[in-house]
Write a protein that binds this ligand. Sequence first.
Ligand code: NAD
Length: 407
Amino acid sequence: MSPDPVGIWLIGAWGGVSTTAVVGLAALQHRPASETALVSALPAFRLLDLAEWGRFVVGGHEIRRTGYALEARKLHDESRVFSRELLSGVSGPLDSFDRNVRTGTLLGVGRTIESLASDDARATSGERPREAIERLSADLNAFREAHNLAHVIVVNLASTEPTLDEDLTGLTWQQLSDRLNHNDPLLPASSLYAISAMLAECSYLNFTPSVGSNLPALDELAREQGVLHMGRDGKTGETLLKSVLAPMFAARNLKVLSWVGHNIFGNMDARVLDDPVNKASKARSKDHLLTEILGYKPQTLVSIEFIESLADWKTAWDHIHFEGFLGTQMTMQFIWQGCDSLLAAPLVLDLVRFTEREWRRGTSGVMTHLASFFKSPMGEHIPPEFGRQFELLLAWAAEAAGKSPDG
Ligand code: NAD
């Protein structure tokens, strides 16, 4: 008998990264498709018995009314990704996944994200936080029942929210829950989605810099509910390079004097990040790494600019000024040009596969072994260097496959 299907529930279901992940998944399910860029397809993970691509079913929450075929066509037209042949070959599965998308919540998202919403999402704006949580949880339970799913993994791929005004790290789940019962609008949508997921016994991954489940109270809830969670902010481009290059400067005792990174791109994510309150969350997530790796703080500047004509193509230009032997100053520069959604989508599919595997092991709480996928990984004692983070994943895989870490 074949194993039960597994649900992937995308928050921001029709956004650029979600659409690309869904097109990629449908291609892997229905056509001969390359597994290049999928970490979970590496030989190191072959013995893990990861779920086959064909087992996954997609659903999600959105605040705009559109559809996968339309959004994929836009990516094709504006950013020259996906062949027409690929898109026509996956149109059936895309339509069936569209039918599983439900209206999300706008609570705590801020004005810029609200301005994207269609009427059905705006109509929910009178909901109290507790009512929103109940509705979103009910959507997840209905998805699980309708498709007979063994487990559902919720992935936050929604637009980046403004930072929190209040420090909520001192609250227990009971205290947070009491405040929600009293209609206290303290949490942004990303955290309301995380709570809804956990209450519906789903695991939760946060690919964005928004707060999501990154609160001690929500880790407590995850453990209570026996589910897994991890975040934040997918590490796909410039920060990936920083986490690889900064350890080299440290190991060669080269003193980094300044590190300037300018990022330009033109998709909807960039449009939202053009609002300074949303941008602050992203810039913070990109900037903390160097001090952690180097052990001192060089002068840094991170800029993120919306340049519409570039669409989904992001260019990062980094200028690293450093001091070498006998005080001689030198420079390294790099230019990274990548298609944002195509860099992120395979990682989303990997994260879901690794989470499903860990869920079968019966653990709960933060999945620190997934740190290499995130710019600001959750959990304690996580090394900031990419290489050491990847070793955590390899060690986990060896353990999960029942081998010693040395093979
Ligand atoms: P996008 O703007 O194309 O998609 C975001 C989607 O979320 C939109 O469809 C929007 O309507 C929807 N949305 C917004 N608020 C919502 C809510 N409260 N509930 C439900 N849906 C909501 O952005 P994207 O390029 O797909 O990126 C998605 C997220 O991933 C962003 O937060 C981005 O910062 C993060 N991220 C992307 C990359 C990458 O693309 N390489 C890397 C790291 C992190």
